[in-house]
Structure formats: structure tokens, C-alpha cells
Design a protein around this ligand. Sequence first.
Ligand code: ATP
Ligand code: MG
Length: 415
Amino acid sequence: MPELQPARGTQDLLPETMRRHRRVSDTAREQARLYGFAEIATPVFEFTEVFARPIGEHTDIVAKEMYTFNDRGGEEITLRPENTAGVVRAVLSNGLTQSTPLKFFYSGPMFRYERPQKGRFRQFHQIGVELLGVAQPQADIEVIALGHRILQALGIGNRVTLDINTLGDPESRARYRGALVDYYTQHRAELSEDSQRRLDSNPLRILDSKDPGDIGINGSAPAFGLYLNEPSREFFARVKDGLGLLGIECRENPRLVRGLDYYTHTVFEFVTTDLGAQGTVLAGGRYDGLVEVMGGPAMPGVGWAAGIERLAMLIGEPPALARPIALVPLGEAAERAALKLGEALRDAGLVVELTYSGNLQRRMRRADRIGARAAVLIGDNELAQNAATLRDLDSGAQELVPLGDLPARLKALAG
Ligand code: ATP
Ligand code: MG
């Protein structure tokens, strides 16, 4: 049988990597809690329509990236490519629309059929937040401040830059869309194939193109600023003012748009130059039209999502693990005593690992390999005295300790 491999674009998260992921998600969850965001988990798969309608047929996600299949009952199912649509679906399914504002935090796997490369996978993981039911710019400011705070807490605040832009309200957006269509139509033949397609479907997305030819044409594209109406301008000014008040520096980037159709007003990204082409670590914006598109009442929303893999690559070493205590029984009776002693020591909060088999030498090698702080040796001699031999594996010192004193002695050692 050929050696089994993980499917393309997926990876095993071995303990070392998993610990980095945990550090990212635990830090985010803890900071989100300080703002009153409660954790939610929606299913990893949904009916395809949950994503297809709100995300928009013409986005890259729906057009090329979704994992869609028919299940055995003939239902059209999609593995979630992102979590905002799932959260909104959950709000509607559970009748939560009366209890706004709603504030949710999530963390989990997402799936997109993409070309795998550094920082880009087919199964990847996101943390994210959604704040539903608040039309005021305070919500935008708060979710950005939360993202900023998480990046600070992860120790990478100085390695990311916050880019911000506005897409205005629907009226402004429609006016701008018209201006872009006029402009790009004049340059139609020079545009990349993808962007020619976007010209008919989602012209704002051309601004986000990574094609070198498109980037040249984008250089002279009309800027959104000229097409913003007064309320949109005012909204953006208030968001920027709030960020300034909190000392959160940002860079206005008129080329910043989101891949999804339902964004209005504020869009933002925290980007880094330390990860090559996949530089966006956290991205989000306001999506006032989404809940209605999904069949709910008019309800504003704002949120963001961040890639855990990308953040995990940026953070330093996660905190050191507590060093275990190794139990080294020798003989039948001692094996049984060690099982019980292990439980008593774990009751005291110690990390305890049994050395499962072999002679003394082999068991001590095992204790060494797991980085044990101390070994607790039990043989017939110790058993007869209701005691154990405690060996400090750093100093080599060893002494006989009554079993009753062991937890306290080991706790003092384990620090
Ligand atoms: P990109 O332009 O990199 O494709 P996107 O606009 O598709 O990003 P979003 O849908 O906004 O990304 O997702 C938010 C974040 O999730 C991204 O900024 C990134 O950190 C992460 N992310 C998105 N797609 C992937 C992927 N395929 N692999 C790993 N992380 C990803
Ligand atoms: Mg993408």
C-alpha cells in the first residue's frame, strides 16, 4: 500500500504547532471576553445556499473556492469557507434578532479550494468576531480596537499595519461602481481575463487585483473619495476619529476593498510584510446589507476574521510547558502502587507521567527524554516504608520521602 498522505492543502497540526494555534485562539478568546463577545460555534458544513447567496456568485469564493457536494440524501452541502454567513444563519434560525446587540467570537476550521502555498491552505483556521445590531461607528471602532488588542497581546503589534478604507453606503457605492465601469470599459482589452469577468459582475474587485497589468491600470482609476455622499464621509470620519482617540494608528488605503459583496462603509485589514505575498493577517468590515440578504430583518453588522496559521507563524515561542514528574515503579506491587500515587499527585495539580516498562535504566532514560523535573522511584523497599525515593533530575540529589509529604515536596520542585 502506498504511504498515506494528507489531502493537498491540508496539514496535521502536530503538538508543537497546535500549541501555537492554541496560544492565538486562547489569547483572542480572552481579549474578546473583555468586550463582552461570547463564543459561538456553528456547523462546519451548511446547506450551500447559506453561503452562495450572501457571499455572492461572482466572488472568488463562490465561483472557484467552495467545497460543495451532494450528500447521500441529495442535499447540496458546502464546507464553510468563512463564518460570518454561518453566524447570521444561526442568529436567524435561533430567533435571536430581537436581542440585539449581539456579540459573538468564534474559532475553527474553514475550507477553500485554493492553490496551496505559504500561508494559504485548503483547510485553514480562523478566529473572528461579529457585532450585530449596531449602526453607529462605535461598533466599527470597537471591533478594530479588539483586533488591535489581540495583536498586541500576541506580541506582534509592531509587525502589522492597519489599513482602512470606506465603501460608503449603498448609494455612494452604486455611484462609484458606475464610475469604475466607465473607466475600466475604456481599458477593457488591457485588463486580465479575471478582471474582464469582474467588470461585468463585481468591478470593485478589480481594484484588489494582484495582476501586474491590472495594477498599472488601477493606478489611474477614479478614487472612491469623490463619490462618497455626506453621511458616508461623516461615518468614516467618526471611525477614524475614534481610532485616533484610542491611539490606534491607521493608513488610509483607497484601493482596499473586500472580496465579499455585502460590505458597506468601513473595511480594514491588518497586514504584515513578514509573510511574503500572504500578508493579510486580519480582515473585516461593516456588512449592513447581509442579514436582509439572508432573509432576516434589516440589521447592521460589523466584524472581522483572522487566519490562525498566519498569526501562528508570526508569534514567538508559546510559553514553556510545565515539566512533568516521572513515576518509576520497579516490580509488580510497585506498578500497582504507582498507578494510585499518580492519581494522588494529579489531584494536587502536578503533571505526572508513568514510565511504562523496562528496567530502571530504561525508565530513567524515558524520564530524561520527557524533560521530567524529578523522578519518583518506588520498589519493594520503599513500599515497605510507605515512602518513595525522590530524585531531583537537575541536581541529582535523592532522598526517601514519606508518601504523605510527596505532593508538597514535588510542588515546591515543580515551581
Ligand atoms: P486573500 O486575499 O489572502 O485570499 P481573503 O480576502 O480571501 O484573503 P478573508 O476571506 O478576508 O481572506 O479571510 C480573512 C483571513 O483569513 C485572511 O486575512 C487570512 O489571514 C485568512 N485566510 C483566508 N484564506 C486563507 C487560506 N486559504 N489559508 C490560510 N489563511 C487564509
Ligand atoms: Mg482569498
